[in-house]
Design a protein. Structure first.
Length: 554
């Protein structure tokens, strides 16, 4: 399936352009929201990395994803930030830097986001490399180009989470598994296993990528059946060593999984939720459809889904290395995330480069067929039609996502508070609006069993990930709705800025108690402002600002 037509000239230049495009699209708007933190997990990862440096320990203290590679990577980024800050004289000590970061998280969050962005760009490169190995230069370039402009992949390349890094390790493992299928060398088996372990150390479900190695081994064993001198037993032995390499890599990268097993169990129990407001699934079939419509279809377009499906059929029919390695992980991971009780857009991130690869393989095969039938003009025409069908929907989704991020309901709410809330007011606040921190207001944060805590006190005490985790307990989310009932007196306030209220109202059958808690708290208050998300225009949750000065909550 090696393409000689329109993709044959200047592949290196095209690849450079695609990678440059990937960098530009991921850097644009990477500082969104700062100094406010809109993603609830960003401060958890950032504080875990700071803890390693401040306490001079290697124990991340949190293993929910488990996220060890992410936390260690952020710690390295923090060391770089500290070094540059000390050399340039911006700060004179680590203590000064961490103190400043509690007031302005962007000092550490933005460099951390850049490190995740680089992993996203590396994923684009690996997508090209795998596509080239499986279907030729054209397949690799098409796949990498589509991933470079994928709106969902870009969005998660701009926040500190484990999804992009897990996806990168999965791609690296897939690439190594292709080497296993082609050579059967022990080194390829061991590298593939170690990369699967690294993927698992980043995010538990990423361990499923080991199915690529199993598929490669199965392909080699099947090819050697009945062949004189075949070494099926040797292949199986090398597969077993690859599995041991995966476990060893996991424990080398994250040894505290064994050392601090009590915390691991506690964190996993906190992550295992039967339902989550706004993210409760409806069974395997419905979840499969949701992922196809939302993260996959929403970023690729209907034409992209059709072509990717055609690529899967092509791989299935043609067999070979792609069927042994690429197809199993795509199907297994898709079913794995869809079988969960929850549905999250970010869980589909590892599927995006895989879908791009199937698309690239399909386009490459179609262009090759057109060239064989009608020569170069026909190949150019088919390539142009394919790009016209695939690129505009992806670019449209990218533009819409960028617009929504630039106009977030939480930023609009913060601006309203600055303009309308009197000095000296006490404000219950559900999102981490560091952009509002000002001595003239007192902000109260819902903190689970602790009730409402003053934000200024937590910042002065430098609350770390342990404090955040204790607030959460076994809750799926920390907000006013899940706060302990006995803590309500600590939330006496003049205003409330709620970002989860309407999510609970929309799912009243599941969250009647949580919705009722909001209702009781705002009873007698006056709704002063609402900020609604609008598709393709305004992002964020539905925000309500309630004036409580005339109600019972004061």
């Amino acid at each position: 399936m090696r393409v000689q037509g329109p993709f044959a000239r200047g592949p290196a230049i095209l690849l450079f352009g695609i990678l440059l495009l990937a960098v530009v699209t991921r850097l644009q708007g990477i500082g969104f929201g700062l100094p406010a933190l809109y993603d609830p997990d960003e401060p958890l990862f950032a504080l875990s990395a700071v803890k390693l440096l401040a306490e001079r320990t290697l124990n991340p203290g949190w293993f929910g994803h488990p996220g060890t590679t992410t936390i260690y990577g952020l710690a390295l980024v923090d060391i770089l930030v500290v070094g540059v800050s000390l050399l340039t004289g911006r700060f004179d000590s680590l203590h000064a830097i961490t103190t400043a970061a509690y007031a302005d998280p962007g000092i550490l969050i933005l460099p951390g986001r850049v490190s995740i962005m680089l992993c996203g760009v590396a994923s684009v490169y690996m997508t090209w490399r795998i596509g080239k190995r499986l279907g030729g230069e054209g397949a690799g370039l098409v796949a990498a180009g589509l991933l470079a402009i994928n709106a969902v992949h870009i969005a998660y390349s701009q926040i500190i989470r484990t999804d992009i890094q897990a996806s990168l390790f999965m791609l690296l493992c897939l690439n190594a598994a292709i080497g296993v299928a082609q050579t059967g060398r022990l080194r390829a088996y061991l590298v593939a296993g170690a990369l699967a372990g690294a993927a698992c150390a980043t995010k538990w479900p990423a361990a499923s990528v080991f199915v690529c190695v199993i598929g490669a081994c199965t392909m080699r064993c099947a090819a050697q059946a009945g062949v004189a001198g075949g070494d099926r037993r040797g292949e199986i032995m090398r597969l077993a060593l690859s599995a041991l390499a995966a476990v060893a890599a996991l424990l080398v990268i994250s040894p505290y999984i064994l050392i601090d097993v009590h915390t691991v169990v506690a964190n996993l129990s906190g992550e295992a939720q039967a339902h989550h407001v706004g993210a409760t699934g409806r069974g395997l079939a419905a979840n499969l459809g949701w992922y196809l419509r939302r993260p996959l279809g929403g970023s690729m377009g209907a034409a992209g889904l059709v072509v990717a499906a055609a690529g899967m059929v092509l791989v299935l029919l043609r067999g070979g290395v792609a069927r042994a390695t690429l197809l199993p992980i795509a199907l297994l991971f898709f079913i794995l995330i869809s079988a969960q009780t929850l549905i999250w857009e970010r869980w589909a991130v590892p599927l995006l480069p895989l879908a791009a690869l199937f698309t690239g393989l399909a386009v490459s095969a179609l262009v090759t067929w057109a060239r064989a039938k009608g020569g170069r003009p026909a190949a150019l025409a088919v390539a142009a039609v394919m790009m016209a069908a695939l690129v505009p929907p992806a670019m449209s989704a990218l533009a819409a996502r960028a617009t929504e991020r630039a106009h977030d309901t939480r930023a609009l709410a913060s601006a309203w508070v600055r303009d309308h809330v009197p000095a000296g007011s006490r404000i219950v606040l559900e999102h981490l609006a560091f952009d509002l921190l000002d001595p003239k207001w007192t902000f109260l944060l819902p903190a689970g069993d602790r009730g409402c805590l003053e934000a200024s006190g937590q910042l002065e005490a430098k609350a770390g990930p342990g404090a955040l985790d204790s607030w959460r307990g076994k809750r799926a989310v920390v907000d006013f709705g899940t706060m302990d009932e006995g803590g309500l007196p600590s939330c006496r306030a003049d205003f409330a800025v709620f970002s989860h209220y309407d999510r609970y109202k929309a799912e009243g059958a599941l969250y009647a108690r949580e919705a009722a808690r909001y209702e009781r708290f705002v009873r007698g208050g006056r709704l002063r402002a609402t900020f609604r998300p609008e598709q393709d225009r305004i992002g964020g949750p539905f925000i309500r600002i309630v004036d409580l000065r005339g109600g019972r909550s004061r």
